[in-house]
Design a protein around this ligand. Structure first.
Ligand code: SF4
Length: 324
């Protein structure tokens, strides 16, 4: 099949758009969608100047999504004096998995001459995910611990590195899965939080005061296209599944979405456009009426992170792990 834009052979067919694109036009189309998302979200503040640049901390795991995001961000802003970028890798302590993806991160950051920082659960919490998965003191899935620890370290270190924004490499499939899970679980509060945390234009996010704003520049690009882009650009992405991957419900939703997308191309895009609107409407409902801001959070009595309780979830999890 020929490319829709030239006479070269197409490397991909997108059923949701009906388009066939060759390597060059496909890569351009991915980059165009990421740059449009950055523009529409107002990621780069108009107040950033070469004298007073913004600092973006990029969550770099070494998987295809974060590697592609970092590559395109560097192509777009690598020589822009209004932006400083720092890549941050979290090491969970998973034998044979994170060490290999860390190599990919080091290679990419070296190629791009980008500042790269690595922090580990072991150094920070004296915890390794391999041990947590084995002992499992609270009889939960490993990802339930791991997600809490990762969020805590990303937030803590983004703050320490002076980040104005925290950039995550979630793709369209990740986002549509999360949206559908929240809807099917009836978790309206989570939908509302999602808007303030990572959706919509930065200019509209009036409710977030306690956390560093997050952006997801890849959220319009389907997972398979991210993987194809990484392959065509020969980027050093590490593609292996974590041995503790255990989010069974997310896996079910992923299968369901693949089936829906196959039978009704464009399903993921329509879920996200409806979800974003719903999230914006519900975000107002969960902010306090008088101020229009989210209710203020406390500082955790043990570690000082922001929390709605006296002791944050991460500290409570660590306490349970240490009690084993
Ligand atoms: Fe952590 Fe689960 Fe991701 Fe593995 S799959 S790195 S355990 S969140």
């Amino acid at each position: 099949m020929e490319c829709d834009k030239c006479d070269r052979e197409a490397v991909m067919h997108a059923a949701y758009s009906g388009g066939h694109l060759c390597e060059t036009h496909f890569c351009r189309s991915v980059e165009k969608r990421v740059r449009r998302r950055i523009r529409e979200d107002g990621l780069l503040s108009s107040e950033s100047t070469p004298e007073n640049p913004e600092r973006w901390v990029i969550g770099l795991s070494g998987g295809k999504d974060s590697v592609v995001m970092t590559h395109i961000l560097d192509e777009t802003f690598g020589r822009d004096p209004r932006v400083e970028m720092v890549a941050l890798t979290i090491h969970e302590g998973i034998e044979g998995y994170r060490d290999a993806s860390l190599d990919a991160c080091v290679e990419l950051a070296g190629d791009l001459a980008m500042r790269h920082e690595v922090v580990s659960y072991e150094e920070e919490f004296d915890v390794r995910m391999d041990d947590v998965a084995e002992d499992d003191p609270l009889d939960m899935a490993p990802c339930a611990y791991c997600g809490v620890f990762r969020r805590d370290l990303l937030e803590q270190y983004a703050d320490e590195f002076g980040a104005d924004k925290l950039l995550m490499g979630h793709n369209l499939d990740d986002e549509a899965q999360t949206a559908l899970m929240n809807i099917l679980e009836g978790d309206v509060k989570q939908i509302a939080k999602h808007f303030d945390a990572s959706l919509g234009s930065f200019a509209d996010r009036t409710g977030q005061t306690d956390f560093i704003p997050r952006a997801k520049p890849l959220r319009d690009v389907p997972e398979k296209e991210v993987a194809l882009y990484a392959h065509l650009k020969d980027l050093p992405a590490h593609i292996t599944e974590c041995p503790h991957a255990s989010e069974a419900y997310r896996g079910e939703i992923q299968q369901l979405l693949w089936k829906l997308e196959e039978n009704h191309p464009g399903t993921r895009h329509s879920i996200m456009s409806g979800y974003e609107e719903l999230a914006e409407l519900t975000a107002d409902r969960y902010r306090s009426d008088e101020t229009g801001e989210n209710p203020a959070l406390n500082d955790c009595e043990r570690c000082g992170s922001k929390t709605g309780s006296r002791i944050c979830r991460k500290c409570r999890l660590i306490e349970s792990i240490n009690a084993v």
